[in-house]
Design a protein around this ligand. Structure first.
Ligand code: GLN
Length: 533
C-alpha cells in the first residue's frame, strides 16, 4: 500500500508550497522510492483551462491531455515522472462527479452531504492517484491557505485519512512563513503558531513544519516553534529564500527532511543518489556567458503565464553553458512602431509562444517578419506557428488577406482554420485538441537534426490548424513541412529553407523539457542563438 504525504500552507499564499512538495518528492525519489504527485485546487472551475492566464498563470497540460495547474509543471520538472488526470483535482471536479452520481441514483435514499459524500469523493481521488501510479509515496498538495472557506472539505478528508490509516501511513507537512521584522530586527514565529492553531482546530496536527524565511532559523527559534506547535525540534525545517529554486531540495536534504519522512513511515533509509542534482545546481550557479532571447507575447506582465517556456529556455541554456536572459516584449507595443531595430538590438533569438484571441497578433506577426528577414533564430510555439505561417503567406506568397478564422471568421484566405471535428463543438471547457499526439518527422530537416528520430509524441493545446489547401503554395516558396500527424493529416512542424534557423511547431514542447534533459527544439534554438550573437 502507498504512503501519503499531505502538504498544506499557512499564513500567506505564494510561499512556494509547490516547490516544497516537489523538493520532498525529488529527495524521496533519489532514495529509490516511486513517488507520485497530486494537487487539489479549491476553486469551482472543473479545470484551469477556462481561466485567463492573468488570473492563473499558464495552463500546464499532461501527456493524457488534462489541463492542470502550473504547479504540475514544477512537479514534472523536479521528479521527471509523467503525471495524469488523477494529479489535479478541483472542487469543480469533485462536485461534478458527486452530482452526476446523485442523478444516476447511486446514493438513492440518502441525503447527499459534504461529509461523507464530498469527503469520500475527495479521498477516492487520493486513492486513485495511488492505485493508478502504483507509487510507494503519494504527495498531495492542497492549494490555498489554511483558514480559506474553499479548502475545508479537502482538509476534513485528510483528517479522516489520518484517522483511518494512522501516523505510519500518513504525514502532514505544513508550510508557513517566518517573517523578518525590521526595527526589532528579528524573525517572528507567531504567524506560524497561529497557523498551526488553525490547522489543529480542523483536527490536524502537523508532523513537519517548513518555515519559509529570509534566513536560517537558529536552534532557539526551532525550539520555540517545537514547543508551541508540538513537533520535535528536528521536524522544524527552514526554507530560506534562494536565488535558484534548485537549491531548495538540497537545503531540505541538509536538514534530513526525507529521512524524517521515511522514519515516520517506517521505510528503510536507503542511500540518496542526489549527485546529479548537486551537479546541476553547481552548473547553474556558475554560468558565465549570457544570451538574450526576446519573448514576444501578450501576457508578458505576468511571467507565470509563460512559466514552462521560460523554464525550457533555462534548461537549454544549461545544456549550452549560458544563462538565458529573457527580454519580455508586449506584442501590442510593437504594433505602433515604425522600426523594430531598437527593440531587437541586443536580441539573439526571437520566440513567439502560444496564445488565444486576436489582441496583439499583428505585433507578433511583425516580430516574426523581423526574425525571418533579419536571419535571427526563431522558435514559434502553437499560436506562434500559426502566425509564422500567416506572415509567410502574406509577405512571401502574395496572400495579403491570409489570417486565421480565430481572428476573422470570414477572411479571404483562412490559412489557419478550425478542424472539421471542432466545428460542431459549443462547450469551451476541455474541448481543445489536448495532450499527446504522434508526429512523423521528415528526414533532412532541422526537426530531424534536433530529434534524431522519425516518430515523436508531443503535447497539444489548441483548436485551430494549418489549412492543407495552402500547403503546395507555401512549399513552393520555401516553407518545409517537417512534422506531420499522419493519422489526421495535420501539420505539426514548419521550418524555412532560406534561413539559418526558423522553426515552429503546433504543439507545446515546453511541457516536456526537464532541467537535465532540455527539449530538442529549445536546445537547438539556444545553440543557434548563441551562434547568432
Ligand atoms: N489560439 C490558437 C488555437 O486555439 C493557438 C492556441 C495556443 O497557442 N495554445 O488554435
Amino acid at each position: 500500500m502507498s504512503k501519503f504525504v499531505f502538504v498544506t500552507g499557512g499564513v500567506v499564499s505564494g510561499l512556494g508550497k509547490g516547490i516544497t512538495a516537489s523538493s520532498l518528492a525529488l529527495l524521496l525519489k533519489a532514495r529509490g522510492y516511486k513517488v507520485f504527485m497530486q494537487k487539489f485546487d479549491p476553486y469551482i472551475n472543473v479545470d484551469p483551462g477556462t481561466m485567463s492566464p492573468f488570473q492563473h498563470g499558464e495552463v500546464y497540460v499532461t501527456a493524457d491531455g488534462t489541463e492542470t495547474d502550473l504547479d504540475l509543471g514544477h512537479y514534472e520538472r523536479f521528479i521527471d515522472e509523467e503525471l495524469n488526470y488523477t494529479s489535479n483535482i478541483t472542487t469543480g471536479k469533485i462536485y461534478q462527479s458527486v452530482i452526476e452520481k446523485e442523478r444516476k441514483g447511486d446514493y438513492l435514499g440518502a441525503t447527499v452531504q459534504i461529509v461523507p459524500h464530498i469527503t469520500d469523493e475527495i479521498k477516492s481521488k487520493i486513492y486513485a492517484a495511488a492505485s493508478t501510479s502504483g507509487a510507494d509515496i503519494v504527495i498531495t498538495e492542497i492549494g490555498g491557505t489554511i483558514g480559506d472557506i474553499e479548502s475545508q472539505a479537502f482538509i476534513e478528508s485528510l483528517r479522516q485519512m489520518r484517522n483511518e490509516l494512522g501516523k505510519e501511513n500518513t504525514l502532514f507537512v505544513h508550510a508557513t512563513l517566518v517573517p523578518y521584522i525590521y526595527g526589532s530586527n528579528e524573525l517572528k514565529t507567531k504567524p506560524t503558531q497561529h497557523s498551526v492553531i488553525e490547522l489543529r482546530g480542523m483536527g490536524i496536527q502537523p508532523d513537519l513544519i517548513v518555515c519559509r524565511s529570509p534566513e536560517e532559523l537558529n536552534q532557539h527559534l526551532k525550539e520555540k516553534i517545537s514547543l508551541f506547535c508540538s513537533v520535535p525540534t528536528e521536524n522544524v525545517i527552514d526554507s530560506i529564500d534562494v536565488k535558484n529554486i534548485f537549491w531548495v531540495p538540497l537545503n531540505y536534504l541538509k536538514q534530513g527532511m526525507d529521512e524524517l519522512v521515511l522514519k515516520q513511515f517506517k521505510l528503510p533509509i536507503t542511500e540518496s543518489k542526489i549527485k546529479y542534482w548537486q551537479d546541476l545546481v553547481n552548473k547553474v550557479d556558475n554560468l558565465k556567458e549570457e544570451v538574450e532571447i526576446a519573448l514576444v507575447g501578450k501576457y508578458v506582465e505576468l511571467h507565470d503565464a509563460y512559466l514552462s517556456v521560460n523554464e525550457s529556455l533555462k534548461h537549454a541554456g544549461y545544456a549550452n553553458n549560458v544563462r538565458v536572459k529573457v527580454n519580455w516584449i508586449n506584442s501590442e507595443d510593437l504594433e505602433k512602431m515604425d522600426s523594430l531595430d531598437e527593440v531587437f538590438k541586443t536580441t539573439s533569438g526571437i520566440l513567439v509562444p502560444g496564445g488565444f484571441g486576436s489582441r496583439g497578433i499583428e505585433g507578433k506577426i511583425k516580430a516574426i517578419n523581423y526574425a525571418r528577414t533579419h536571419n535571427i533564430p526563431f522558435l514559434g510555439i502553437c499560436l506562434g506557428m500559426q502566425l509564422a505561417v500567416i506572415e509567410f503567406a502574406r509577405n512571401v506568397c502574395g496572400l495579403p488577406n491570409a489570417s486565421s478564422t480565430e481572428f476573422n471568421e470570414v477572411c479571404k484566405d483562412p490559412i489557419i482554420d478550425l478542424m472539421a471535428e471542432q466545428k460542431g463543438i459549443i462547450n469551451k471547457g476541455g474541448t481543445l485538441r489536448l495532450g499527446n499526439y504522434d508526429c512523423k518527422i521528415k528526414e533532412g530537416t532541422l526537426a530531424f537534426e534536433d530529434y534524431k528520430i522519425l516518430e515523436i509524441k508531443e503535447r497539444h493545446r489548441h483548436r485551430y490548424e494549418f489549412n492543407n489547401k495552402y500547403k503546395e503554395l507555401l512549399a513552393s516558396k520555401g516553407m518545409v513541412f517537417s512534422g506531420i500527424n499522419e493519422k489526421a493529416d495535420l501539420v505539426e512542424i514548419i521550418e524555412l529553407k532560406n534561413h539559418p534557423h526558423f522553426i515552429a511547431c503546433q504543439f507545446h514542447p515546453e511541457f516536456k523539457s526537464r532541467p537535465t534533459r532540455p527539449h530538442p527544439l529549445f536546445n537547438s534554438f539556444i545553440r543557434e542563438s548563441i551562434k547568432h550573437k
